[in-house]
Write a protein that binds this ligand. Structure first.
Ligand SMILES: *Cc1c(COP(=O)(O)O)cnc(C)c1O
Length: 233
């Protein structure tokens, strides 16, 4: 199946359930992005700042870029002018820098707090307590150029369906709790980004509003450096 066919299959299936599709184009060429774009996709996810910036300057301006990978504070400045959503906020320090760079560009940058729901130590993200502490902090309440519109989580790799379901449920329960405690009157706090190629169906059953699908649309990510791949085409 072509990228366009894959895209349409997932887009139709997912949007019919009122869930948003983020097409994860990391490691794939700008041509691959264009193929999905021409099939109607506008929201794309990247996990590396450099790769996102390179693609953004070469591709249509109406693409909505989501940063889904770990973000270092010193790199926020490169994406601050255009990024649509930073899904992977995992510290107050990072949020502070996003707020600062957003202010420079006179914009408000939407963010998700990435919550660590997996039982792997290597996964980035805030624990429940850390998320609550962040939202309670005085520093957070002073940020005027960021908006937290929800949460993001990645389930444990290759876990049983039962465990995956439980992890997504934890994220949904946390979301509901934070909504009541901190965002009761903020209609914009409404997104739960969870689910990838292997587990998006379970995620949607558990309340996902946004799924991030890469390999099922674009194929396997074989080559690490997307530029090498692009040069081969
Ligand atoms: C790569 C990635 C995805 C997409 O994964 P697939 O299994 O290719 O669908 C989703 N979310 C994050 C955070 C990723 O890094």
């Amino acid at each position: 199946m072509s990228i366009a066919n894959n895209l349409l299959k997932y887009k139709n299936e997912i949007e019919a359930l009122n869930v948003k599709l983020v097409a994860v184009s990391k490691n794939h060429s700008a041509d691959a992005v264009m193929e999905a774009y021409n099939a109607g996709q506008r929201v794309f996810g990247e996990n590396l700042v450099q790769e996102m910036v390179d693609k953004q300057v070469n591709l249509p301006a109406d693409i909505k870029w989501h940063l889904i990978g770990h973000l270092q504070s010193n790199k926020v400045k490169y994406i601050a002018p255009f990024v649509k959503l930073i899904e992977s906020v995992d510290s107050l320090k990072l949020l502070k820098e996003i707020n600062k760079q957003a202010e420079k560009h006179q914009r408000i940058i939407d963010c998700l707090l990435q919550i660590n729901i997996a039982d792997e130590e290597t996964k980035f993200g805030l624990d429940f307590d850390e998320a609550i502490e962040l939202l309670r902090s005085e520093e957070f309440s002073a940020f005027k150029n960021i908006r937290i519109i929800g949460l993001m989580g990645i389930a444990t790799n290759n876990a049983s369906e039962k465990q995956t379901k439980a992890e997504f449920n934890e994220l949904k329960v946390l979301f509901d709790g934070l909504k009541l405690s901190f965002f009761r009157d903020q209609d914009y706090f409404k997104e739960i980004s969870m689910g990838m190629s292997s587990d998006y169906k379970i995620a949607i059953e558990e309340g996902s509003t946004m799924v991030r699908i890469g390999s099922s649309i674009f194929g396997k990510r074989i080559i690490k450096h997307w530029k090498l791949q692009q040069n081969e085409n």
